[in-house]
Design a protein around this ligand. Structure first.
Ligand code: GLA
Length: 715
């Protein structure tokens, strides 16, 4: 029976929105299934997670799906609650479940209750059928007299029984984000987490692969890819028990965050998003990209703007005249939008460096006497759009805002202030502050409706954090801060549903799907050196689609040609941050053509399926390709990273093409006066040949740090 047909039949047993009494609860996507069962003791157990099978083949039994604390469980609990009487135990028994379907999304909600205390927990699972992604979260509700204390409140707990478990994590720091490490899990607990409060991905990207039984490759192996949709402190624990069973818990980090849940008010955890596959990491990424474009990212399946940013060209030193010149440079280049970065605001405390001005979001009258409106108009006159940088959650002590509202700032009342980049974090828990932050955007947009893009920055994490608003409830700070940010973003999105906004946090400090539902793209790193970016963009490509990964051509990376840096930017969401007037005539010509080429190929790059063919972590080169959904087009990127002659590279077998189709293989984005050197250039080759015999992408003597972009078009 075709899979799709089986799916429809299964659903019809549940008939939308009705409660079913079945003891087996099957959550399925097109290739995977998560199966829960209700045991004799009415507890809900996870019986299966893996390849989709016929319903009768799924096992029963298993380990408890949402482990509680204080009774028989001796492992890390998903939930721990201390009741009004001080009793720290919880038991969750099945009450009912419900399945609802809309298009390719199936929602399953399982209600459980404690037999002794008035506490209920609903486990929610959203199955995205076509992208093979499951989103899982929990809702905790009690009706005791006073607030009940939660000390654990996971979004999801998943169980595995494998021979071995291999965890791939992505750690880093400023300007060296997403470094890949893969290691075998041993008995005990491995934790990946953040306690940074804001820009919480600064040292650790909040996504992982977990390979089951053996290491997975790009094309083989069973694994899950997981990530928490939360823009705050997160934590994953991987606990391997005495019988080699693995429990993977994902959720908000409970560190310093006991939560006093009010009676009758549900505590809703953020969602854990994961995909299971037995086809390797490449398939896991394609599943997540597909889901992200359709459900996870704001306007994820829409086009993006190419832009010229002025940060590297001017830093905070500019005036109106210089900016208007830069509009001309942008126009000359052919980009869609000019992005004015930091340094345009502050009067009593002008923003001439990072020491002053944050919080005072009025145009600097000295630099911009005619105001933003003039710039928006001038840009429009030149035929380009105008965008602007904001860092709305922060304040410099040298600002009017700091003087006027000292109680709007996170800082300990009785200790010295502690700065990061000379700034403090605003108390976004406070509704007045939320209102202030909303109005920064709203006032600016109301006055200048032509503003077409925002870069939303966040350049420090929390230290010495204390919310004047929360008073004695300080343990709510980390959670309520993130909720406060979401409240602001909800308001912004209600009024400005499609305004493109880039998520930035001193580089890749914020890269999560909790935020990306409000943002169109993110800034992966302040490191824009082309060679470094091959690795950084490669790392992010595991979890995020290319139209979210901003990649700008800059003058960082002096050893690399402009061609190399441009080819690297082209694999993501391309932009520029460079002095165009310093280009040689040939460089200008090349870049103008590159922008045109990018506009032509970006549909395939943004919406095609990504195949990572040769990893820079394994060879001193990187090869990847995007294949259009209908397989009629593909774009192949080839980066030679070696600086010595010693490496001999084998032929490269392409992936994802149609073996029956014939493709013309042609190098594009060549630098003026250079010719394609590939022996197969301009030949027509079958998909079968390209995927089985492959191409020699390193013919002859390869120049260090050279690169090629190839286009494959069906003949
Ligand atoms: C951060 C960003 C940069 C730039 C500066 C401006 O570092 O990551 O791109 O916007 O702030 O201060």
């Amino acid at each position: 029976m075709p899979t799709r047909f089986a799916f429809v039949i299964l659903l019809s047993c549940f008939a939308g929105n009705t409660f079913a009494q079945s003891k087996q609860i099957v959550i399925e996507t097109s290739h995977s299934a998560l199966v829960l069962n209700v045991g004799g003791n009415q507890r809900v157990v996870q019986s299966y997670l893996g390849k989709k099978l016929a319903p009768a083949a799924y096992p029963s039994g298993g380990r408890e799906a949402y482990l509680t604390a204080g009774m028989d469980n001796q492992f890390e609990p998903a939930i721990r609650m201390v009741h009004n009487d001080g009793n720290p135990s919880l038991e969750l028994k099945y009450v009912s479940h419900k399945t609802t379907r809309t298009d390719d999304v199936v929602q399953t909600d399982i209600l459980m209750k404690d037999p002794v205390y008035p506490v209920e927990v609903t486990l929610h699972y959203t199955a995205y059928y076509n992208s093979d992604v499951i989103k899982s979260w929990a809702e905790i509700l009690h009706r005791e007299k006073k607030p009940a204390m939660l000390t654990e409140y996971a979004s999801s707990l998943l169980h595995f029984n494998g021979d071995e478990y291999w965890l791939t994590q992505f750690h880093g720091d400023w300007a060296r984000e997403v470094n890949i490490i893969e290691e075998k899990l041993t008995n005990g607990i491995k934790t990946l987490e953040s306690k940074l409060g804001t820009r919480t991905n600064f040292y650790q990207t909040q996504a992982f692969f977990l390979s089951l039984n053996e290491k997975s490759t790009e094309t083989t192996g069973e694994l899950i890819a997981g990530t928490l949709a939360w823009t705050g402190n997160y934590r994953y624990t991987f606990e391997v028990d005495q019988r080699n069973g693995l429990r993977v818990r994902a959720g908000i980090n409970s560190f310093a965050s006991e939560y006093y849940a009010e009676p009758g008010q549900p505590f809703v955890t953020p969602a854990f998003i994961f995909t299971w596959t037995d086809q390797g990491k490449g398939q896991a990424s394609r599943n997540l990209h597909n889901w992200a474009r359709n459900y996870g990212v704001l306007d994820g399946n829409k086009e993006r703007l190419t832009l010229l940013n002025n940060w590297e060209a001017t830093h905070t030193t500019f005036d109106e005249k210089r900016l208007v010149e830069l509009f001309d440079e942008g126009k000359k280049l052919g980009i869609d939008l000019f992005l004015l970065d930091d340094g345009w605001f502050g009067n009593n405390f002008p923003r001439n460096d990072d020491k002053a001005g944050l919080g005072d979001w009025q145009e600097d009258k000295k630099k911009l006497p005619s105001g933003l409106g003039y710039l928006v108009k001038e840009a429009a006159n030149k035929g380009i759009k105008f965008g602007i940088w904001l860092e709305p959650e922060m304040v410099n002590p040298k600002s009017d805002l700091y003087q006027q509202h000292p109680d709007w700032i996170l800082k300990l009342p009785n200790r010295e202030e502690n700065y990061g980049r000379n700034q403090l974090v605003l108390d976004l828990v406070n509704p007045q502050v939320q209102d202030f932050v909303f109005r920064i955007v709203d006032d600016m947009m109301t006055k200048n409706p032509g503003i077409a893009f925002i870069k939303w920055d966040c350049n420090r994490s929390m230290t010495n954090a204390y919310s004047p608003y929360l008073k004695e409830k300080q343990s709510h700070l980390y959670i309520e801060y993130t909720k406060g940010l979401y409240k602001v973003m909800e308001r912004i999105r209600t009024k400005y549903p499609h305004l493109p906004i880039m998520l930035c946090a001193g580089g890749g400090g914020r890269t999560d799907y909790g935020a990306l539902k409000y943002f169109t793209e993110f800034w992966p790193s302040d490191n824009t050196d082309g060679l470094e970016r091959v690795y950084i963009q490669w790392g992010y490509s595991y979890f995020f689609p290319s139209n979210t990964i901003s990649a700008h051509v800059t003058s960082m990376g002096k050893l690399q040609s402009l061609k190399f840096r441009t080819d690297v930017a082209m694999m993501g969401k391309m932009g520029y941050d460079i002095r165009v007037n310093n280009f040689t005539p040939q460089e200008l010509l090349f870049s103008q053509e590159a922008v045109k080429t990018y506009k032509r190929i970006s549909e395939t790059v943004w919406f095609g399926n990504l195949y990572r063919i040769i990893s820079p972590y394994e060879e001193s080169r990187a090869v990847l390709m995007y294949v259009a959904e209908d397989k009629r087009k593909a774009i192949l990127f080839n980066y030679q990273l070696q600086t010595r002659r010693k490496d001999i590279f084998s032929r490269v077998k392409l992936q994802g093409l149609d073996p029956q189709k014939k493709y013309r293989f042609r190098e594009i984005n060549l630098f003026p006066d250079t010719k394609a050197a590939n022996p197969d250039n301009d030949k027509v080759l079958t998909g079968e040949y390209l995927m089985n015999i492959g191409l020699n992408l390193a013919p002859g003597r390869i120049a260090p740090l050279s690169s090629n972009v190839f286009e494959l078009t069906e003949e």
